[in-house]
Write a protein that binds this ligand. Structure first.
Ligand code: PMP
Length: 368
């Protein structure tokens, strides 16, 4: 074993003393901590993936399609069909998870000497990817109820003039969606201040009561919608994220992407998943119903719950959220402590998993 530590290496100053991102991957009976879809892929899709991967394997001596044209065309068709907003291949870009999409966007529009602003609490990787790309991070304000107050947000944008503004809707970890008029107002504020890029992270939008904000990209060349196959598609292990924007944004991102970043296996698997969107999205209805049940039952048990448009629910309040997290874990259920004081987050799982969770928090309530 080596006793050299990270800080003994000549790492960049901003990485010193930091720890890597990661929810605990613990071996417990019920894991409701990373907002995954609890349902395994349906068998016909598994078969189709095997077929497509076998075909792709025959050509693995060659680099994959660098521009992933077939896949981007399929994603554009999916988005057009589900949002009613016509998109072409040139509007869509894909990468290894939406984390990589966001990294490429910050490499393109952020970087040393530039800043990004996000309304906290939100998806903590936005700030971490900013750090990794040398982009300064500015925490923006959210109200007590975790909504974005337009006036306070406008003031923060005008004051800091960030190069990139993040809006996560539905927001993680709080679950609430951001109304389209707020995004329009933030876009205007960001254009008046800089102009800057506005990245709308819609990782959970398929679970929303409302619609995707994707049609807003029309006439707004600085607006980017980021999406993923990790949640609604139930394919977190695939690592496939994508964005929709003006074709100029897609061209710009190609300046920083690594050549052949999306493997032939990934492209083949994602294409197979797109052939089965209707089955996959069927699970979304079930998960939404389970999400609504969690909200109702948590409230009935006396917990506070933030309004959720996602496949997870933020609940509280706890005098000591971490202690509550530990007590729920002791009952065999892993939820997430995102560090929001007083609150925890639970992902909607299968009905049985949710029952186990509800039993655990009902028992916990008696102890509080
Ligand atoms: N955005 C948000 C808001 C998320 O919660 C997540 C996953 N937790 C991601 C993006 C990244 O997802 P992936 O890289 O799997 O696409």
């Amino acid at each position: 074993m080596s006793d050299v530590r990270i800080d003994d290496l000549p790492v960049r100053d901003e990485l010193r003393g930091k720890s890597p991102y990661g929810a605990p991957q613990l071996d417990v009976p019920v894991r409701l901590n990373t907002n995954e879809n609890p349902y395994p892929l349906p068998e016909p899709l598994v078969e189709r993936i095997a077929e497509r991967v076998r075909e792709a394997a025959r050509n693995l001596n060659r680099y994959p399609d660098r521009d992933a044209v077939q896949l981007r065309t399929g994603l554009a068709e999916y988005l057009t069909r589900t949002t009613g907003h016509p998109l072409g291949t040139g509007n869509v870009w894909a990468a290894n998870g939406s984390n990589e999409v966001i990294q490429q966007l910050l490499q393109t529009f952020g970087g040393p000497g530039r800043t990004a602003l996000g309304f906290e609490p939100s998806y903590s990787m936005h700030a971490l990817i900013a750090r990794g790309t040398g982009t300064g991070w500015i925490p923006g304000p959210r109200g007590e109820d975790f909504t974005i107050d337009v006036d306070a947000a406008r003031r923060a944008i005008a004051e800091h003039r960030p190069d990139v503004v993040f809006v996560t809707t539905p927001n993680n970890p709080t679950g609430n969606a951001v109304p389209p008029e707020t995004v329009r107002a933030l876009y205007e504020a960001a254009q008046a201040a800089k102009p800057s890029m506005v990245i709308v992270d819609e990782a959970y939008v398929e679970f929303s009561h409302g619609r995707s904000l994707l049609p807003l990209i029309e006439g707004r060349p600085h607006l980017v919608i980021s999406r993923t196959m990790s949640k609604a598609f139930g394919a977190a292990g695939l690592r496939l994220g994508y964005l929709a924007a003006d074709p100029a944004v897609v061209d710009a991102v190609q300046l920083v992407r690594l050549p052949y970043h999306l493997s032939a296996i990934t492209q083949a698997t994602a294409l197979a998943a797109l052939e089965h969107t209707d089955t996959l999205l069927g699970y979304v209805q079930q998960l939404k119903a389970e999400r609504d049940r969690l909200v109702a039952e948590l409230r009935a048990t006396g917990y506070e719950v933030t309004e959720s448009d996602a496949n997870f629910v933020q609940f509280g309040r706890f005098a000591d959220a971490h202690e509550a997290w530990r007590k729920i874990l002791d009952r065999g259920v892993l939820v997430r402590d995102n560090g929001v004081p007083g609150w925890l987050r639970v992902t909607a799982g299968t009905p049985e998993e949710n029952d186990a969770f509800l039993d655990a928090v009902r028992e916990l309530k008696k102890e509080l």
